[in-house]
Design a protein around this ligand. Structure first.
Ligand code: ZN
Length: 384
């Protein structure tokens, strides 16, 4: 296997889920293997592509499709919730000059809640949308005219016509990012801007084992991809959106000659990627080692309905031993997860003594230690 970006043959795997199930970015279980590599040339971190990747996005990728208004909370400032879309629009407007008549295309846009919000603020923008699925058309119809949207194929007359192309959490999914960047460069006017955001695997380390993220960009690998497709990199920021990289790049009239990567920087990032991979690999092995200390069919409770809990469930040799999933989020209680009901901590059955704690290890012990219902219980706890 070669690097998706620079083409260098990739060496040893840094992570392999083996027989464990894989997890998608939507926290669903995927019946396939997660294998992760790091490129020693451009510092790109890369997962083997899912076999059925095109069908997966066209048919089953249901990100927030249930509701128009559903959005993820980015942060809470002075008791006011700031949603991810709102934050993305704010950062975009901070970074780019948007004026009447600016032609802007959101590439790989899904529902494009970001563009919908932006049009609400600046109605004079000429917003266009593109994705590889028809399923989002009903959402687009609410804020753009039909001919400003395209699915599967790009209209020929869009070539060289855009001032700005945007990409919000999309490049990480693409099995052929070079091909996407070539198309994006061709859509822009000379001097036009490519603006985007991708997960930052170095700060959001769970991204490394998300099976549908083929690409885990690092600052040097992202810059490499942009330069290789005729862009001048104006900014790659790891601080304006938590857990993500925000980039601004300008399409040059003539591609610049190849710029060598800084080998010390690449090596430092390769080392960090290996440490992240080692954490997850050992965490999986530790789940199985803990399970071996339990009686054959001993039931367990899993604490945490999020990604860390799903990770533990994916590594259990006998996941059917999960009797209940404990979570403090009242909206989740009563639902089924990993084949078991989600319950409040106080409802933990008295005959369960083993607790698998699926929480970020940085905070897990404190959170579990402060639960009143567990204070009088003698629980055999496993922490990641
Ligand atoms: Zn590479």
């Amino acid at each position: 296997m070669n690097c998706n970006l620079c083409g260098t043959p990739l060496g040893d795997k840094i992570y392999d889920s083996g027989d464990a199930l894989s997890l998608t970015s939507l926290c669903n279980v995927h019946d396939g293997r997660t294998e992760v590599y790091v490129c020693g040339c451009c510092a790109h971190v890369q997962s083997a592509a899912m076999a059925d990747i095109d069908a997966y996005y066209d048919d089953s990728y249901d990100i927030l499709i249930d509701s128009e208004e559903e959005d993820q909370i980015y942060e809470v400032v002075a008791c006011r919730k700031v949603y991810r879309t709102e934050h993305q629009v704010k950062v975009l407007r901070d970074k780019l000059a948007l004026t009447t008549g600016t032609r802007i295309l959101d590439y790989g846009c899904a529902k494009s809640a970001t563009m919908r919000t932006l049009v609400g603020q600046i109605p004079e923008l000429e917003v266009h949308l593109f994705d590889v699925s028809d399923r989002y058309r009903p959402f687009w119809d609410k804020f753009i005219t039909w001919e400003r949207g395209a699915t599967f194929e790009l209209p020929a007359d869009w070539k060289g016509s855009f001032d700005i192309v945007t990409s919000f959490f999309s490049l990480e999914h693409m099995a052929q990012p070079q091909e996407a960047l070539r198309k994006i460069a061709a859509l822009l006017k000379t001097g036009g801007t490519f603006y985007g955001i991708v997960p930052n695997v170095l700060s959001n380390t769970a991204d490394l084992i998300v099976v549908d993220h083929v690409n885990h960009f690092t600052p040097p690998s992202l810059a490499w991809l942009l330069r290789a497709n005729g862009f001048e990199v104006q900014e790659v920021s790891d601080s304006v959106h938590r857990g993500a990289l925000v980039f601004v790049a300008r399409k040059l009239a003539q591609p610049a000659s190849a710029q060598p990567t800084v080998q010390d920087e690449v090596q430092a990032i390769v080392d960090r990627a290996r440490r992240i991979a080692d954490f997850w690999q050992q965490a999986g092995a530790r789940v199985q080692a803990f399970e071996q200390t339990l009686a054959a069919d001993a039931p367990v409770a899993l604490y945490g309905a999020g990604f860390y809990g799903a990770f533990i469930a994916s590594w259990l040799r006998q996941p059917q031993r999960i009797r209940c999933v404990i979570d403090q989020n009242a909206f989740l209680q009563g639902r089924q997860l990993h084949g078991a009901p989600v319950i409040a901590p106080a409802d933990l059955p008295s005959d369960i003594s083993a607790l698998l704690v699926g929480l970020n290890p940085a905070h897990a012990r404190q959170i579990v230690g402060e639960i009143p219902a567990f204070a009088r219980r003698s629980l055999n706890c496993f922490y990641l």
